[in-house]
Design a protein. Structure first.
Ligand code: BZD
Length: 815
């Protein structure tokens, strides 16, 4: 990769702008400038990409393929520029030309091809894999419409379609010549051919899968991997035979049925909705992805699949791609003529599986009839996998019939996808220590008894290139000035520990405080511009941003704000450190309760912000349309990171890591990766509260706790609860369902049970904040210990423990 030379870049840029606009440079718009810059970047990357692809064809190294139904990649232009090492020159040239680099970047539509943590994790993993210079690729779906855009109208969430491809997307390359056919429905006929039973899938409905490749550029190195996203199209533009028979509408219907498969991303996180279209999506990218991988491997291996599992790792992100198991078996048996046992051995050796949730309602279970009808041959294979598995279990554990049935793939008329994934892969991992423990001891304990060696734990991570270096340039500069730039190198983030001695250095802490203040002012400016709300950058910025879900307990935060408001009203002279509570996050459109929580937060914000008696001390903001770009602005401005899920429910969390890296102090329960954050920073540098996962489990084992006890125990909480239904927010604004959940349905997420302890820790955090020196020291310690939460470290763990490939050794390429 060449370094960028300023004069020639300037010339090339002006020329490109004129080419894309067809006008003189002086007439160009930011849209033209964005297009031109994107094209220049793509030209640079694609040259290297071709070289990488030919290296890949030679299979010099083991290849990792991440199969995921979501890749929440965020904007790419700036990330590419930074990874190419072009950032300095590009900013300088644009500045000299009088252009606004931020405005140019903002022209890029942020691709929302994911819901939240699970999809974003994949994007971080792709970034880390390329940064560490080894081949790892994504395989997913090119949704025509990404996650809906969220507007807040009359305090409520309103969903607007996300037509992200409207103006084209400059960072993808369509490869129609690499399209493959995916077959649905029909029937399976058997025939004896040369003494062998063969299975023929006939009368199927074919759909064409067309790949679009997005380059994944490594950091300051020559690696360019691929994210392959599949788009569904009809096999023929028109179903001519149907059309010729005069069935115009039917021909059109086939077309739109095919296109429907990649039309929209399902907007649910952590909730399973058993729609046939979703199952079609799952098979779609699994089948298409495996076909291409197999084709490429055979080309390299003289037409044979032998040795496949030594060269290829198929990593499945949750159970959505679990059909990889029977599909790979189908290819090996039906198309490649392997015997069952050999095919099974190859399949299990190739596939590894990450689980992302312990919520029972999120575990995928498909009705057997639906799978059978949609994927008749795949279903036969699932049945055979299950038959052999249950036989084996009954042979090895004849006295454990009940357990053997409980872990089977097919039971209660359903296909249990997690069981299929565990049985068909050599590794199962949770995404934080606590989560992995819960998987071993509860969710999958019967599997753990049978396959203990398959269970692993890999704590999640986030890419410091996007979430620290890219989004917090002032902190990056301060860190570089203080400890040098070692920490910016791939898999070297633990070098941030060199910051520890500076945590007690007044001069450093003052600078750290200044960076935070500047970032807070920047966020305040955005909020003022977009929402008209004035924030005080000297107040504490206490932030909770994530999907809205009962278990994540945004409600606890909201009720506490009501409680503070009441207290300030009751005692206007109360000693109080000014606070700004910021929320953001989307609710699944069909999740009524979560949408009520959004409405509650917005109604509280209205009340509090418009009450001049408190609004100089307490402010509440709900930032609409939380996405990767908004996130990048919010994390650097945070002082308190709210991570307050009911203990035992959040698998890991990754927002907690992004906040920490940017110097926010976690205020949270001992849940998910918060536990590891607490271990890393020490209990003096985190605010923890609430029940432990064991306490929650104990209550649940005895039917929960009695939430009315809390209601009856004190007037302060009672007042808040009554305000939900007594017209406090205006006669039309009541929140009966929330009230009922807390008091009538016995508060299943322990919101009231943890309330007192939450209020205490909130108050403690405010007291600590008064001592700015101490606060900034905590902040510095958090940054210093954030190294282990780099996704580079996660990827290195996967390499060592699961994919068993050569460990990464950092070699300087162009730094
Ligand atoms: O995955 C999340 C977990 O809730 C987090 O605790 C964890 O940190 C991240 C990454 O491991 N899960 C999701 O984000 N899940 C989904 O978005 C999802 C999407 C579709 C269907 C089911 C779940």
């Amino acid at each position: 990769m060449k370094t960028l030379e300023k004069t020639s870049f300037k010339k090339a840029f002006i020329k490109k702008v004129e080419e894309v606009s067809g006008e003189d440079f002086s007439e160009s718009t930011t849209q033209h400038q964005y297009q031109a810059l994107s094209e220049l970047v793509m030209e640079e990357i694609t040259a290297e990409w071709a070289a990488n692809n030919s290296r890949l064809h030679k299979m010099e190294e083991k290849q990792i393929y991440f199969f995921s139904i979501e890749f929440l990649i965020g904007r790419l232009l700036k990330a590419y520029i930074n990874n190419l090492g072009w950032d300095g020159v590009v900013s300088e040239v644009l500045c000299e030309l009088g252009l606004d680099y931020e405005a140019i970047q903002a022209r890029e539509h942020d691709p929302a091809l994911g819901n939240g943590g699970l999809g974003r994790l994949m994007a971080c993993f792709l970034d880390s894999t390329a940064a560490m210079g080894f081949p790892g690729h994504g395989n997913g779906i090119r949704y025509k419409f990404g996650l809906f855009e969220q507007k807040i109208i009359n305090n409520e969430q309103v969903e607007v379609a996300d037509n992200w491809l409207k103006n084209g997307y400059p960072f993808e390359i369509a490869k129609p010549d690499k399209s493959v056919v995916v077959k649905y429905k029909g029937n399976v006929r058997t025939e004896m051919v040369n003494g062998k039973l063969v299975f023929i899938h006939e009368n199927y409905e074919p759909v064409l899968a067309v790949p679009y490749d997005v380059p994944v550029q490594g950091y300051h190195n020559k690696t360019v991997n691929s994210l392959r996203l599949w788009s569904a199209q009809p096999v023929e533009d028109f179903d001519l035979s149907t059309f010729n028979q005069g069935h115009f509408l039917k021909a059109m219907q086939r077309r739109s049925e095919a296109e429907a498969i990649s039309q929209i991303l399902y907007p649910n996180d952590n909730g399973f909705e058993g729609k046939q279209l979703r199952l079609k999506q799952e098979y779609f990218f699994v089948c298409a992805g495996l076909k291409r991988i197999v084709r490429r491997y055979k080309k390299f291996n003289h037409g044979s699949m032998d040795g496949f599992s030594d060269k290829i790792c198929i990593h499945i992100n949750d159970t959505h791609p679990a059909l990889c198991v029977p599909e790979l078996m189908r290819i090996l048996i039906d198309e490649e003529n392997y015997e069952w046992d050999k095919a099974w051995d190859m399949t299990v050796k190739s596939i590894s599986f990450t689980n992302h949730t312990v919520l029972p309602e999120a575990l995928e279970k498909w009705p057997i009839d639906m799978v059978k009808e949609l994927l008749p041959r795949v279903y036969q294979i699932i049945e055979e996998i299950n038959r052999r598995f249950v036989n084996d279990m009954n042979w090895y554990y004849p006295d454990q019939e009940a357990r053997n049935y409980s872990i089977s793939i097919l039971k209660d008329g359903q296909v249990h996808m997690a069981h299929l994934a565990i049985i068909g892969s050599h590794s199962v991992n949770g995404v934080a220590e606590l989560h992995s423990k819960i998987l071993r001891e509860e969710t999958f304990k019967d599997f753990y008894a049978v396959f203990p060696e398959r269970f692993h734990s890999v704590t999640n991570g986030v890419t410091p290139r996007r979430f620290l270096m890219g989004s917090n340039p002032h902190l990056k500069t301060l860190l570089n000035e203080t400890i040098g730039a070692d920490w910016t190198r791939p898999n070297q983030l633990t070098s941030l520990e060199a910051l520890l001695p500076y945590a007690s250095d007044t001069a450093f802490c003052e600078k750290l405080g200044a960076v935070k203040h500047r970032n807070k002012a920047h966020l305040a400016e955005y909020i003022k511009k977009s929402q008209g709300i004035e924030l005080n950058p000297d107040s504490i910025f206490d932030i909770q941003v994530k999907r809205i879900h009962e278990y994540k307990r945004q409600l606890l935060n909201a009720l506490h704000i009501m409680y503070l408001y009441n207290a300030l009203k009751a005692d206007p002279n109360m000693d109080f450190v000014p606070k700004t509570y910021i929320f953001a996050g989307k609710a699944a459109p069909s999740y009524y309760y979560a949408k009520e929580v959004i409405r509650l937060i917005n109604v509280i914000a209205d009340k509090v912000n418009n009450d001049s008696a408190v609004s100089d001390r307490l402010k509440v903001v709900f930032v609409p349309n939380f996405n990767v770009s908004v996130a990048e602005m919010i994390y650097p401005a945070a002082e308190i990171s709210e991570q307050i899920s009911t203990a035992g429910k959040e698998a890991s969390g990754t927002g907690n890591m992004k906040f920490m890296m940017n110097g926010a102090v976690t205020l949270g329960t001992m849940d998910g990766a918060n536990v590891e954050i607490a271990e890393a920073v020490g209990m003096d540098n985190i605010f923890t509260f609430g029940l432990s996962d064991v306490e929650v489990a104990n209550y649940n084992a005895h039917g929960g706790y009695r939430s009315l006890d809390i209601y009856e125990s004190g007037p302060r909480v009672r007042e808040v609860l009554e305000q939900l239904i007594n017209g406090f927010f205006g006669n039309t604004s009541t929140f009966q369902s929330i009230y009922d959940s807390l008091l009538i349905h016995n508060d299943p997420y322990f919101v009231l049970k943890d309330f007192a302890s939450y209020a205490d820790i909130q108050s403690t955090s405010s007291s600590v904040y008064r001592d700015q020196k101490r606060w900034l020291q905590m902040s510095a310690v958090n940054i210093a210990h954030s190294g282990m939460f780099s996704s580079d470290r996660s990827i290195a763990d996967y390499q060592r423990e699961i994919w068993k490939i050569k460990p990464f050794i950092y070699e300087e390429e162009i730094l």
